[in-house]
Design a protein around this ligand. Structure first.
Ligand code: NI
Length: 167
């Protein structure tokens, strides 16, 4: 396994759309293992392949306290959504920024596991928010893009400062 580098906003590659996975092979399992390791090390509760510069529709999520219940969503698709929610979100690609985002309260999602088996999830609460956030990543959308122009400008300035400090 290997730790992967997480792209930092406003890296343009965060805006690339991911392609559907059609081959469920060892390379996919290896990507999933690396993504889980990278998410746990960060530490974070969700990671989309887009964030590690892989344009494949793969998401890992783990909301458990013990960090021992990873969910793997390959080719996830929201088939139904209902209700409204407005919860504070953060993102490993936008460190230190936490903002409220309007989302659906509940979602129904069809996805595959890393063997290609199809399953359906009915999610609410934090899991619902997390799935919507990560599926956005696969479409090339970062959560800060839901915010006002003014907030986005401030966040961009903060991220540029962080990038300078890292050099
Ligand atoms: Ni994120």
């Amino acid at each position: 396994m290997a730790l992967l580098r997480i792209l930092q906003y406003p890296d343009e590659r965060l805006h690339l759309a991911a392609e559907r996975v059609t081959v469920f092979d060892e390379a996919l399992k290896s990507l999933v293992a690396d993504m889980k390791e990278t998410m746990y090390a960060a530490p974070g509760v969700g990671l989309a392949a887009t964030q590690v510069d892989v344009q494949k529709q793969v998401i890992v999520i783990d909301l458990s306290e013990a960090k021992d219940k990873p969910m793997i969503l390959v080719n996830p698709e929201i088939t139904a959504m209902s209700g409204k929610s407005d919860v504070e979100e953060g993102c490993l690609s936008v460190p230190g920024i936490f903002e409220n985002v309007d989302r659906a309260e509940r979602v129904t999602v069809t996805a595959q596991d890393d063997e290609g088996n199809t399953f359906e999830i009915h999610a609410d609460g934090l899991l619902s928010i997390c799935i919507q956030h990560e599926i956005d990543h696969l479409k090339g959308k970062v959560f800060v893009e839901y915010l006002s122009r003014l907030k986005q400008t401030r966040i961009l300035a903060k991220m540029k400062k962080l990038a300078r400090e890292r050099m």
